[in-house]
Design a protein around this ligand. Sequence first.
Ligand SMILES: Cc1ncc(COP(=O)(O)O)c(C=O)c1O
Length: 391
Amino acid sequence: MNTPQKPDIRPANPRFSSGPCTKPPGWSPDSFSDAFVGRSHRHATGKERLKEVITRTREVLGIPAGHHIAIVPGSDTGAMEMAMWSMIGARGADLLAWDSFGATWAADVTDHLKIDDARILKAPYGELPDLAQVNFSRDVVFTWNGTTSGVCVPDGEWIDAGREGLTFCDATSAAFAMDLAWDKLDVTTWSWQKVMGGEAAHGMLVLGPRAVERLQSYTPPWPLPKIFRLTKNATFDPAPFAGITINTPSMLCVEDALNSLKWAQSVGGLRGLMARIEANAQATFAWVEGAAWIDFLATDPASRSKTSVTLQITDPWLKDQDEDFRHNVGRHLSALLDGEGAAFDIANHMAAPPGLRLWNGATVEISDLDALFPWLDWGWAALKERGGVNG
Ligand SMILES: Cc1ncc(COP(=O)(O)O)c(C=O)c1O
């Protein structure tokens, strides 16, 4: 067999990781030169920086005035778990799981909080559960975009506007990328490391009025560590939502988040970010459709993620390879392209079926994706020519 010819051009930025995601174009460590470091975050300037993150976030995402926004510890996981630990248990809960994070939140409720009445609505990787089965008289926990499966909800239409329960939405890889239905989201969380290309240290927690009402009217039966506490004397504590964080934040990460938010505003805010993502996704989708060896993991185009695009290798040749190779095929291809400096971190998530995952978020330049596609084709041909990994 002929050795396939390597493409001439490499992506100028080969970072296609689905988290932490690549920094905004033009980012450099110089963006930290004005960071408020080595100083107290309780100083007026520190508080101003924290508040500025909240204000710019509200502006970019169009978060309604009645929703409260906080910077909290522990990245998205911290934000999601503090919300569940603070509010779940007042009524039954429907837990939606179609990727590893949804499954984690479901396990939190069933195995750790152990509430009496919890129901898991699960779908295999690549699919959504039947959203018509969700009962909104109960609390509903779901992930807007399953980063590990590449499947997202198509919109917020399926959420009951007159619901009695609360919705808890993990929007980690959807915020700044997709239109979130704020009036239907009582709790929303994400971390800075995804679409904004920020650092992972802190989480964002957005509470709608109904979530605040729950905090005032319900006290969970389990103890809450300090970093989970959203109430003081059984009353909603507004301090974390005014930039007075529960514990000490990294002002370096805060500065980085501000840099990302300013960049988002410079490209036209949410609409500008979404336009960049749409262009990226269309380029990737067109390449996948033209490639004979690879296909989408997400079967339905309506729920196919445009940020975390997941792919499975369909080349019949793969079926004849040994199980270990088939299981690790994404990692082998990713390692090959990493070694060439053509693409970093594009293997499937460890919990997902074998294949590739390409981040197409707003900080990715379409020119880098265009340069990547020939390398993906080359990489697959090269792996095959070697007769798999050990050939
Ligand atoms: C959908 C989703 N939820 C939660 C997380 C966890 O985020 P973090 O590690 O920032 O807490 C991730 C990270 O990849 C994610 O993609």
